[in-house]
Write a new protein. Sequence first.
Length: 208
Amino acid sequence: MPPAVGMPLLNGSPPNFLGSDLNCTPTTAESKCDIVNKCWGIQATATDFTPNSRFDPYLKFYSKQCRLAFHNGGAYILAKTHGKVLEVARLVREDNLRENIEQDLKRQLEGSEPPNLDERICGLVDLAARLVVMVGIGDLRTGFVALDKVNWTNGTLKDSVSGHFGRYKTSSTEQVKLEPVFNARNLERIAGIEIELSRPVHTIEQLS
């Protein structure tokens, strides 16, 4: 794969919501639209983000992941704004090699390296990857995230995710059917079980 190109300038800040810290939650249709379009590479419009829209579960996941990554003022992640993280998410989604992304981030900071640079770069790339595929990538300093853990240390995210989930085999002759009452909404309401989507449908298509 070609090296990462078009890397974000870590010293610049995108305008509006994208320039805000990761602990800020998107509230307007425009900010939600910006997040989804930049992370997934689609062309949604602000009118798609009505109350209880199909994007709400993802945006809930997005906000939770960003808040966890921003723990301790973002001491363990290189970029601290939504815009900068989403630029790295674009590079991840475009199948750039992880090692190229990390090298380009280091190159931007030559001569002004912050403490624990490698750890912060790793935290940034891992967060961007989680936001793209809604799968557990990397280790979080705080919180327990009930996501299937994928080990991505080199190569493309697509190859690592495909290799991880390719290990699981299903039998077409063994099917379990549940009553309609067994749905995510009722499990949350009755049993107090919090449901998080594993991956958005469009991402499965991209990574297959």
